[in-house]
Design a protein around this ligand. Structure first.
Ligand SMILES: Nc1ncnc2c1ncn2[C@@H]1O[C@H](COP(=O)(O)OP(=O)(O)OP(=O)(O)O)[C@@H](O)[C@H]1O
Length: 298
């Protein structure tokens, strides 16, 4: 199911994150460069970018984990000065190393239940069904992916206003990844919550996203609702005899296919003009990403 299908109008809800002129410079690198964006409540936002684009830095800024310049408001608070208050309403998947190796599944559940008033044990157990994790199993006995599964189950059972997931499914097999995103949508997300996800596995998240932001060199280069992607971008399968006519309409990208066909990507071209060129469709997020980021490693 597409999440966008049952989200509500964004106009009525105030943004939960407002970033203006964000800047973070490390010694040899500007990781956030005048970064601007807003995230409304009740959305599932994908923050997508190539390696080193500034995704984790942006998330760390929102979580108050690093100093930075510029304006940033998260749930109406400044993460630099109000981190403790903010943390009551935000959950994030931190490094899996925070789970001690000697802890058992049941003790980890006990621990989080004890420290977090909005932890829902039944929900955590639901997330654990379908995994090989058993209550008495110790972290030491788990595979890498199983540790991630436990971690995700613990965090997703906390009823937070914002859930931040930085590459949440790294190291997990495809069966679990699919199940995880489906659960996230069906068993976690509602219009009171906002989920911010970074991942390189664009194809796996695109069906659950309501919004997408592309980040490159610390700048947001695309910020759109998934629903409006189709009105803005069109991919056309152009046959050899139409290539010149198609190029005249200035595609933002083109790639060759077998048998002399070419796929061209258009930004904002009129459907009437494109119709004459060949079969058209809305591009997938991965193709749009590759087209937008061309030259990144040049
Ligand atoms: N602690 C640090 N010290 C120095 N440079 C850093 C530090 N953290 C990040 N950087 C640099 O800042 C830039 C952005 O890093 P960031 O981790 O935000 O990228 P990312 O988009 O999350 O990348 P990836 O997809 O590879 O995880 C990179 O060039 C990185 O080398």
């Amino acid at each position: 199911m597409n999440a966008a299908a049952y989200t509500h109008s964004t106009e009525a809800l105030a943004p939960v994150v407002i970033a203006r002129g964000l800047r973070k410079a490390y010694k040899n690198k500007v990781a956030l460069d005048n970064t601007e964006f807003q995230i409304p409540a009740g959305r599932i936002v994908g923050l997508i970018g190539p390696n080193g684009a500034g995704k984790t830095t942006a998330l760390k800024a929102m979580l108050g984990l690093i100093p930075f310049d510029g304006e940033l408001s998260v749930l109406g608070r400044d993460p630099r000065t109000e981190r403790d208050e903010l943390m009551r309403d935000i959950c994030f998947i931190a490094d899996v190393a925070v789970l001690p190796r000697w802890i058992r599944v049941q003790d980890a559940i006990e621990f989080v239940a004890g420290v977090h008033p909005r932890f829902d044990r039944a929900r955590c157990e639901r997330f654990l069904t379908g995994t090989q994790l058993k209550p008495k199993m110790k972290v030491r006995e788990m595979s890498k992916g199983m540790i991630v599964q436990l971690h995700l189950a613990l965090v997703m059972a906390i009823d937070a206003k914002i859930l931040v997931l930085d590459e949440p499914t790294l190291g997990l097999d495809i069966l679990y990844r699919k199940q995880f995103y489906q659960r996230l949508l069906e068993d976690y997300f509602d219009e009171q919550k906002t989920i911010i996800i970074t991942t390189h596995q664009v194809e796996e998240v695109e069906h659950i996203l309501t919004d997408v932001m592309f980040i490159r060199d610390g700048k947001i280069v695309l910020d759109t609702e998934m629903e409006s992607l189709g009105t803005r971008y069109t991919e056309v399968l152009v046959s050899a005899d139409r290539i010149d006519a198609a190029r005249a309409l200035k595609p933002v990208d083109e790639r060759a296919l077998p048998f002399g066909k070419t796929v061209m990507l258009f930004d904002g071209a009129s459907p009437d003009q494109l119709e004459a060129l060949g079969e058209s469709r809305t591009p997938g997020l991965a193709d749009l990403f590759v087209a937008t980021m061309k030259g990144t490693y040049a």
